[in-house]
Design a binder for this molecule. Structure first.
Ligand code: HPA
Length: 277
């Protein structure tokens, strides 16, 4: 199988977009995707509507523990927020274009900003369990991408994650009394956690964190003009010197303990959304 997925993620969800246009009669200001164990993000605002993914034609349901499959429209302060309470992953056997469907749906509705949240393992020894990180850049180690464009239409070095937004999130969270960090995430295919050799390799490559989601869809969304921010919760630390097993339960438990800080970080991201693209 080629790692390049040439399907258009928007095609699969065009009917779902029609359903939401009828139901919502508004364009969300921002979309938020909840990572593993983070569906608590539904407490960010007052619920205006909620719809199961299976009621939206073409939208794929998550099969992973800790991921719900409900799309909520929330009122958070003055912002309308579309919250996906769970995501689908490449390691569930989905193509990259399927993983990007949630962002495609928002794009079709006219929503141009998205906050991706995820759980990650800390590679940088300065990171501890419970740290919340504003991701500054991505290493795509999945060897998957979504593209219908010929090579000459791609640019190197164009930022995937919005710089201005990152700095605004960091300033807003400091004011809110929560210290966030910044770092680079590597996305692996999963679902296995990293070997010791992979941990060494990823550190040498400059990754501070490693996860199993978000990078591929972030890159696609930014290529179609969406503004993307990524917030990661360090749910475990990784070491190449001693044997320490990481499990999905540990990831979910860390999510529960850090719920309040993650919610503050995402609220800061919503409130500091730059006005112009
Ligand atoms: N590796 C990859 N993905 C993860 C990890 C990890 O250690 N923790 C949470 N998501």
């Amino acid at each position: 199988m080629s790692g390049i997925d040439t399907s258009d993620p928007c095609r699969a969800v065009s009917e779902a977009a029609d359903v939401l246009r009828m139901r919502w009669n508004c364009v969300p200001d921002v979309a938020v995707v909840a990572g593993s164990g983070l569906s608590v993000l539904r407490t960010l605002g007052t619920r205006i509507d909620s719809v199961r993914y299976c009621e939206l034609p073409g939208l794929t349901t998550s099969t992973v523990a800790g991921h719900d499959s409900e799309l909520c429209l929330l009122q958070c302060g003055s912002s309308r927020v579309a919250l996906f309470t769970g995501r689908v992953h490449l390691y569930e056997g989905h193509a990259a274009s399927v993983v990007a469907q949630q962002l495609a749906l928002m794009h079709l509705l006219g929503c141009s900003s998205v906050i991706l949240t995820n759980a990650s393992g800390g590679l940088n020894p300065a990171r501890s369990v419970g740290d919340v990180v504003v991701v500054s850049d991505i290493i795509n180690w999945t060897f998957r991408s979504i593209s219908r464009q010929p090579l000459q239409d791609h640019r190197s070095n164009s930022p995937v994650l919005d710089d201005r937004w990152q700095h605004a999130i960091l300033s807003a969270s400091t004011l809110a009394g929560v210290q966030l960090n910044r770092g680079v995430i590597a996305q692996m295919l999963g679902p296995s956690y990293e070997t010791r050799a992979e941990i060494r390799m990823l550190r040498k490559c400059g990754a501070d964190l490693v996860g199993m989601s978000s990078g591929v869809e972030a890159r696609w969304a930014s290529s179609i003009g969406m503004r993307v921010a990524m917030i990661s919760l360090v749910t475990n630390t990784l070491t190449d010197t001693t044997v320490r097993t990481v499990s999905h339960d540990e990831v979910l438990e860390a999510g529960r303990s850090a719920e309040a800080r993650v919610c503050i970080a995402v609220r800061c991201a919503i409130e500091s959304l730059p006005l112009s693209v």
